[in-house]
Design a protein around this ligand. Structure first.
Ligand code: ATP
Ligand code: MG
Length: 405
């Protein structure tokens, strides 16, 4: 797929942007702090309704309108897709409810109002960021989020289950806290109702994540083999947070030596649901004591291993870079296969982040992509020979101009 036109209003440092976008490679170059990353972020936000750079939507709205009575930001993309022309629009509006401020998202696809959940999958993207390394080195939350965003772009059933699960988990935890406050006394029958739902949607999540990790592993292994020393063998391991492996302090007792013990996700989803349900009953007393749900996909983990050694614990910077690049390229391949077309590729500062070999390999693998938006401060350092007529756009202070060079 390909974006033909992008409009931004009050998004980050773009007060107003109308940008026609050519297919193929589009190099966005400019000095630091001019709006290169923000442009990729806008496209990513249109695809996923999230930002990789912030946890609060407030930060996305242009500072200059912050004090308006009802500040808003609007993002609109016109696209050429396999299914034909498409127009995707997201408006972010601040709502004041009492003292608290909230940001509401209004979605329109081809002019028709849609739910936020229905936005996912309209535009598919794969983003390469300098901070992707944190997928290996950072917290499990980042890895779960990665799996969820990847799956949600392709699988609406998964996304629906995930939404439901999170909602029910919040409610169950609130009830547990309430019961905890009364020393466990009170009506526990409501818990049974939540457990049923939690187990069903949780099983969909576990089965989905398991299958994705396996699919990614197969592809990433091949790519990793090309990229690294032939002696290095990459593995991706998924550890569902449903096992009895939960230690006394409620944390996943992750033991790298204990790989291969996760029989659960191999099972069909109804069977996973039934075991999850049993475990919820078995752990009821613990959950009540803690005032929270101590097992479930909210405690899932994914680990990267090279020759059996956990990269999160032992990997060198270079090894981790290679593994994460292999993962992202595997994701790209997976997404192409599932959606039947190229996702839009968003490459932030890959020139600065990758060495010549990895950079060349990456650009080579994406040379047929329908559209690549690539940012750089140094356009002349990029080996763009494989991209016929790469377009160059100059980014400066929230404005974009067609480059003469
Ligand atoms: N809500 C906002 N309103 C206005 N400006 C913002 C907002 N959020 C961030 N900015 C500013 O927008 C500018 C552009 O940021 P961006 O990350 O897009 O820069 P960049 O071109 O990618 O720079 P670099 O080369 O350093 O990565 C920065 O100066 C940033 O502080
Ligand atoms: Mg940047």
């Amino acid at each position: 797929m390909q974006i033909t036109h992008l409009s931004l209003t009050n998004f980050r440092n773009y007060a107003r942007l109308e940008l026609a976008m050519p297919p193929g490679m589009v190099v966005l170059y400019g000095d630091n702090a001019q709006g290169k990353t923000s442009l990729l972020e806008a496209v990513y936000y249109l695809a996923t309704s999230r930002s990789q750079h912030t946890t609060s939507d407030r930060q996305l709205i242009n500072w200059l309108v912050e004090n308006d009575p009802l500040p808003f930001a609007r993002l609109v993309a016109e696209l050429n897709t396999r299914e034909g022309l498409k127009r995707v629009e997201v408006t972010l509006v601040k709502e004041q409810s009492g003292r608290a401020e909230r940001f509401k998202k209004e979605i329109r696809v081809n002019g028709v109002s849609r739910r936020v959940m229905d936005l996912l999958g309209q535009i598919t993207v794969v983003m390469f960021l300098p901070q992707d390394l944190s997928l290996i080195e950072g917290s499990p939350t980042l890895r779960r989020r990665y799996l969820d965003i990847t799956l949600c772009q392709i699988d609406s059933t998964y996304c629906h289950a995930l939404n439901q699960y999170n909602r029910v988990l919040t409610q169950r935890n609130a009830l547990l806290r309430q019961l905890q406050a009364h020393g466990g006394r009170g009506d526990q029958s409501q818990l049974l109702f939540w457990d049923e739902k939690l187990a069903r949607d949780g099983a969909t999540i576990v089965a989905g994540r398991y299958k994705l990790v396996r699919d990614l592993e197969r592809r990433a292994q091949r790519i990793h083999h090309d990229l690294s020393d032939a002696n290095e063998h990459l593995r991706l391991r998924y550890h569902p947070g449903l096992d009895a492996n939960v230690s006394g302090d409620g944390q996943m007792a992750f033991d790298p030596a204990d790989l291969g013990s996760d029989a659960l996700p191999h099972l069909p989803p109804p069977e996973i649901a039934s075991r999850f349900h049993d475990q919820l009953q078995a752990r009821r007393r613990d959950d009540l004591a803690r005032g929270q749900t101590t097992i479930g996909p909210q405690r899932d983990e994914m680990r990267f291993l090279v020759n059996g050694h956990d990269l999160g614990l032992y990997g060198s910077r270079g090894q981790n870079r290679t593994a994460v690049l292999a993962l992202k390229l595997a994701e790209l391949e997976w997404m192409r296969e599932k959606s039947g077309e190229w996702p839009i590729l968003l490459l932030d500062e890959v020139a600065a982040e990758l060495d010549t070999h990895r950079r060349g390999y990456l650009l080579d693998r994406i040379s047929d992509a329908e559209q690549v938006l690539l940012t750089t401060t140094e356009p002349y350092l990029l080996p763009l020979a494989s991209f016929d007529g790469a377009a160059q756009r100059h980014v400066e202070g929230g404005h974009i101009t067609v480059s003469e060079t």
